[in-house]
Design a binder for this molecule. Structure first.
Ligand SMILES: NC(=O)C1=CN([C@@H]2O[C@H](COP(=O)(O)OP(=O)(O)OC[C@H]3O[C@@H](n4cnc5c(N)ncnc54)[C@H](O)[C@@H]3O)[C@@H](O)[C@H]2O)C=CC1
Ligand SMILES: CC(C)=CCC[C@@H](C)[C@H]1CC[C@H]2C3=C(CC[C@]12C)[C@@]1(C)CCC(=O)C[C@@H]1CC3
Length: 345
């Protein structure tokens, strides 16, 4: 077994550390000899070497307690995109992130690594091999994306070499892997309701799906390269599997791996997108009377029917990034990790 080194600069905090990505990140940090404080509104597990602080990131006093003696902070907390709750996104992703920055500065934290999203440049039109210099979406497709944009701007703007506070943003895309509460569960739920028969569009659109351990690897590299003389200060980095895949092939591989049929029938993209838009408007108008959450939101239809894959060139050059788990291996490990979601289970 490898010996763990624990220098003081290896004290870090993971805000959102109870979540899917957060917990994988915490496990890797422990492996690498960091001592970790988790700050989250909920505690979802216990691990030796991890101190839990339960609280809302909008509460600076609660944050300050968790950031005591911490030199490195990872911020990967966000409300789930599916909540579609504008006020909540604004409170947590924008005001909350401002509070995180203030708390970091007050607590003497030296480095802040934000989990942003490649979707900050996505407006529903094709993106092929997108670079980090693409402009932010002018008309973000949902409130989640709108507030992720503001969040990333706040964190990158806060980078201040003079004050010794360094920031960087990681933009993953389509994270999947064991314990993911979204991608595989939504997919299986849709299949179990008999709605996974259709392919939106011609089925050839390429997309990035990123195995969670590659996303974690990108975060750790960013944290360890974040130094006053490094070119990465104040910049965003795409982190993907660097293996764009047809959206519908990926969905089919996961479904078939779990014993469900792959979708076969094609539906025109514009028709489905129009219907999703109509449903979304209806749900807004009827919200005071009845509350319903459509499966087919405009964002989901756009993600399912367009090209959206990103270049990792900047991360390769500046961080020495290279995916550590291939897509094939990632899918196999993911499928294996969901025995309870198998067909007939
Ligand atoms: N899952 C994906 O495909 C992608 C995720 N991201 C970003 O990665 C980050 C992590 O996402 P996941 O792990 O998938 O989500 P998750 O929902 O599993 O984890 C988010 C965590 O944040 C915590 N949280 C929410 N509001 C909070 C608050 N007010 N105070 C303290 N903690 C709070 C939640 O309790 C949860 O544990 C998020 O910032 C998300 O925007 C970016 C691109 C793709
Ligand atoms: C690449 C990327 C950013 C993926 C993000 C994850 C989710 C947005 C997808 C995971 C399961 C997907 C899914 C659909 C849309 C996108 C997801 C929610 C559909 C609702 C698209 C329309 C269908 O025919 C059913 C799909 C179920 C799975």
């Amino acid at each position: 077994m490898a010996t763990r080194v624990r220098p003081s600069s290896k004290r870090c905090a993971v805000i959102g550390g109870s979540g899917f990505l957060g917990r994988h990140l915490v496990e890797k940090l422990l492996d690498r000899g960091y001592s970790v404080s988790v700050f989250d509104i909920r505690q979802s597990y216990e691990l030796p070497g991890v101190t839990f602080h339960q609280g809302d990131l909008c509460n600076k006093q609660a944050l300050l307690l968790a950031l005591k003696d911490v030199s490195l902070v990872f911020h990967c907390a966000s409300p789930a995109p599916a909540s579609d709750d504008r006020a909540l996104f604004e409170r947590v992703n924008i005001q909350g992130t401002q509070t995180v920055i203030q708390a970091c500065i007050e607590a003497g934290v030296q480095k802040l690594v934000l989990t942003s999203s490649a979707s900050v440049v996505f407006e529903g039109a094709d993106i092929k091999n997108g670079r980090e210099d693409l402009p932010y979406a002018k008309n973000p497709i949902d409130y989640y994306t709108e507030t992720k944009i503001e969040q990333e701007k706040l964190v990158l703007k806060a980078c201040d070499k003079q004050k010794g506070f360094l920031t960087v943003a990681i933009r993953p895309h389509g994270i999947f892997g064991p314990r993911d509460p979204q991608l595989v569960p939504i997919l299986v739920d849709t299949a179990r309701r008999g709605k996974m028969k259709f392919i939106i569009g011609d089925g050839t659109n390429l997309v990035d799906f990123t195995f969670v351990e590659n996303v974690v690897h990108g975060h750790v590299l960013a944290a360890e390269h974040l130094k006053p003389d490094s070119p990465i200060c104040g910049k965003p980095y795409h982190i993907t599997n660097d293996e764009p895949v047809r959206f519908w092939d990926f969905m089919s591989d996961v479904l078939v791996g779990l014993g469900y049929a792959a979708p076969r029938y094609h539906l025109p993209y514009t028709l489905v997108y129009g219907l999703a838009l109509l449903l979304w408007l209806l749900s807004l108008i009827l919200r005071p009377l009845i509350s319903f959450k459509p499966t087919f939101t405009p964002m989901r239809v756009a993600l399912a029917g367009t090209h959206h894959y990103y270049s990792c060139k900047r991360a390769k050059e500046d961080l020495g990034y290279k995916p550590v788990v291939s897509l094939k291996e990632g899918i196999a490990r993911t499928v294996q990790s969901y025995p309870h979601l198998r067909h007939g289970a």
